[in-house]
Every structure is written in structure tokens, then in C-alpha cells.
Design a binder for this molecule. Structure first.
Ligand SMILES: NC(=O)C1=CN([C@@H]2O[C@H](COP(=O)(O)OP(=O)(O)OC[C@H]3O[C@@H](n4cnc5c(N)ncnc54)[C@H](OP(=O)(O)O)[C@@H]3O)[C@@H](O)[C@H]2O)C=CC1
Ligand SMILES: O=C(O)C1=N[C@H](C(=O)O)C[C@H](O)C1
Length: 272
């Protein structure tokens, strides 16, 4: 039985993760659910707040995270919040020896380094992934192959998400670009959208276009455009359950690890 704490418990991802973990009592026990500091519903049953009915877990707030972790002693903390609160959560969780599953995106380079330094310094284990959907990880793996084989083609990335998404471009689009760049046999340069008299496209450009609107869960397309043809690789998430299913696997995986930083390729055995 894995004891789990969730930060961002009332959010789109956090609430769906709680529902799934609660429905798998043989594997998971939710010991803490945490959201915004000074939340007006602090102390209320989290299950009631997310439409699950009573689950006997009171809403805690992240200003009290250190005490909550000391009292509830989770094996794993799952974070789907925003960059600054996630960095703070990592510091507190790692100093309490709690392993992590991190899904938050939109970090600066400095924030990413701070997260990694804290995990390493405290000898805990963490999975960090910009996208927990199994299909997206196969999409990433396919991009390794396509970048090697179609390296001469012009490469563009298009992502679309719901109107509430705060970071752009998506973490998934940035990770896709990174994978492509690591597998291209030539120089490349990331750019973000185009406007004005942009002139002829250079071969080096990999341009990311971020679309926002409606309730789109998460669409990503990478276009390899050559002379007389183009190849488009698309993944579309139609339900957040796709991400949640990967989070469940990552939580089981990281509960068995002592230390180190892992990604979803490690969880899914895609490095072999
Ligand atoms: N890796 C992956 O597979 C996926 C990653 N994501 C990423 O996960 C993150 C969350 O996404 P989503 O669930 O849609 O976002 P939401 O805004 O729905 O959820 C975030 C939750 O965290 C809360 N929160 C904000 N600040 C704090 C804080 N200081 N302490 C505790 N809780 C806080 C928010 O409260 P409030 O609403 O009051 O601000 C909200 O309840 C994003 O970065 C997103 O890109 C999303 C889907 C999949
Ligand atoms: O905010 C979201 O919703 C999502 N965020 C992740 C990202 O930034 O890539 C993953 C997914 O696309 C949904």
C-alpha cells in the first residue's frame, strides 16, 4: 500500500488523480491533499470538494506543508500545481525524505536546476515528466527516429490547449523540440511563433506555435516538411485520464526507488 500526498488537490489534474487513487484502495492510500495557502475550504473533506463524496481526508494548505508531511508521512508526493509552488513543495518534500512525481510544467532553467539540486542533495527519488500519457511517450520515441531520418526537412511544432492553461508553449512541445534537437545531425535553433517580414525560413529554425481555446485537453503535432511531401505526427489527448494513468504507473515506480531522477521513459521501459 503506497501512502500518497497530492499538491494541487483541487485542480484539474489533482482532483482526477485523487479520484483514481481513491478507487484503487488495494494499491494506494491518500494521506494528504493540499491546495492554495489560506484556502477558504481548509479542513473540509477533499472528496466532498471534488464531487467524490466523503473520503475522510481534510483539505490542507501548502503554507503548512512541512507539518502535514511530518504528521502523515507519505511515501510519495504528487505535484500538479504551478512552477513557483512546485519548487517550494520539492524543497519541503525532499527535506522530509518523501519521493516525488512531478507533473507541473513551465519552469525556468533556474527553477528546474533548483528542483534537481534539492532532489539530489536530499537523496530522494523523483519522476519528472512534462507528459505522463503513454501515447505521448511513444510519440516522443517516434520523434527520435523521425529526427534521425528526416533531419533535412523543415520542422515545425504546433500545440493546442484549453483556455485556462497558464504556460506557453506547453512542456510537451518543449520536450518534443529537445528530443528532436538531440537527434538531429545538424545545428538547430528554437523559435516561438513568427510575425512581420520574417524572410525566408532557415533550415535551423524549429518553430513552436501555441494555440489556446475552449476545453482542448492537449494536442501536439510535429510537422516534417520537405519538397513535395510532408509528414505530420500528432497526439491528441481527449481526457485527462490519459495523464492520470501514467501518474499511477509513475507513483508505483518511484515508491520502489531509493534515489535519483527518472522520467516517463524509465517508468514505461522505453529506454531499452
Ligand atoms: N505532466 C503532465 O502529464 C501534465 C502536466 N500538467 C501541468 O500540471 C500543472 C497543473 O495543471 P492543471 O491541473 O490543469 O491546473 P489547475 O490550475 O487546474 O490546478 C493547479 C492547482 O494547484 C493549486 N495551486 C496553485 N498555487 C498553489 C500553491 N501555492 N500551493 C498549493 N496549491 C496551489 C491551484 O489553485 P488555484 O486554482 O486556486 O490557483 C489549483 O487547484 C500545469 O503546470 C500543467 O501544465 C497538466 C496536465 C498533464
Ligand atoms: O496544462 C495542461 O493541460 C497540460 N500540460 C502539459 C504540458 O504543458 O505539456 C501536458 C498536457 O499537454 C496538458
Amino acid at each position: 500500500m503506497i501512502k500518497v500526498a497530492i499538491t494541487g488537490a483541487l485542480g484539474r489534474m489533482g482532483s482526477n488523480i485523487i479520484k483514481t487513487l481513491y478507487n484503487n484502495p488495494e494499491d494506494f492510500k491518500i494521506v494528504a491533499a493540499i491546495d492554495m495557502p489560506n484556502h477558504p475550504k481548509k479542513g473540509a473533506d477533499v472528496g466532498e470538494l471534488i464531487g467524490l463524496g466523503s473520503i475522510g481526508v481534510p483539505l490542507e494548505t501548502s503554507d503548512n506543508l512541512d507539518n502535514v508531511l511530518k504528521e502523515t508521512k507519505p511515501d510519495v508526493l504528487i505535484d500538479f500545481t504551478a512552477p513557483a509552488p512546485c519548487v517550494n513543495t520539492v524543497k519541503i518534500a525532499s527535506s522530509n525524505g518523501v519521493n516525488l512525481v512531478i507533473g507541473t510544467t513551465g519552469f525556468t532553467e533556474e527553477q528546474r536546476k533548483e528542483i534537481e539540486d534539492n532532489i539530489n542533495k536530499n537523496n530522494i527519488a523523483a519522476v519528472i515528466s512534462q507528459n505522463y500519457a503513454i501515447g505521448v511517450n511513444i510519440f516522443f520515441k517516434t520523434l527520435e527516429f523521425l529526427a534521425k531520418k528526416l533531419g533535412d526537412y523543415d520542422i515545425e511544432i504546433v500545440e493546442m490547449h484549453h483556455r485556462f492553461k497558464k504556460d506557453a508553449p506547453s512542456g510537451t512541445a518543449l520536450r518534443a523540440a529537445e528530443i528532436i534537437q538531440n537527434n538531429l545531425n545538424r545545428d538547430s535553433k528554437l523559435i516561438y511563433g513568427r510575425e512581420g517580414l520574417v524572410g525566408e525560413r532557415t533550415k535551423e529554425e524549429i518553430c513552436i506555435h501555441a494555440l489556446r481555446g475552449g476545453d482542448v485537453v492537449g494536442d501536439h503535432t510535429v510537422i516534417f516538411a520537405g519538397d513535395g511531401e510532408r509528414l505530420e505526427l500528432t497526439h491528441k489527448a481527449s481526457s485527462r485520464q490519459a495523464f492520470v494513468n501514467g501518474v499511477v504507473l509513475a507513483t508505483k515506480f518511484i515508491s520502489q526507488k531509493k534515489e535519483g531522477i527518472y522520467n516517463t521513459f524509465d517508468v514505461l521501459g522505453l529506454n531499452e
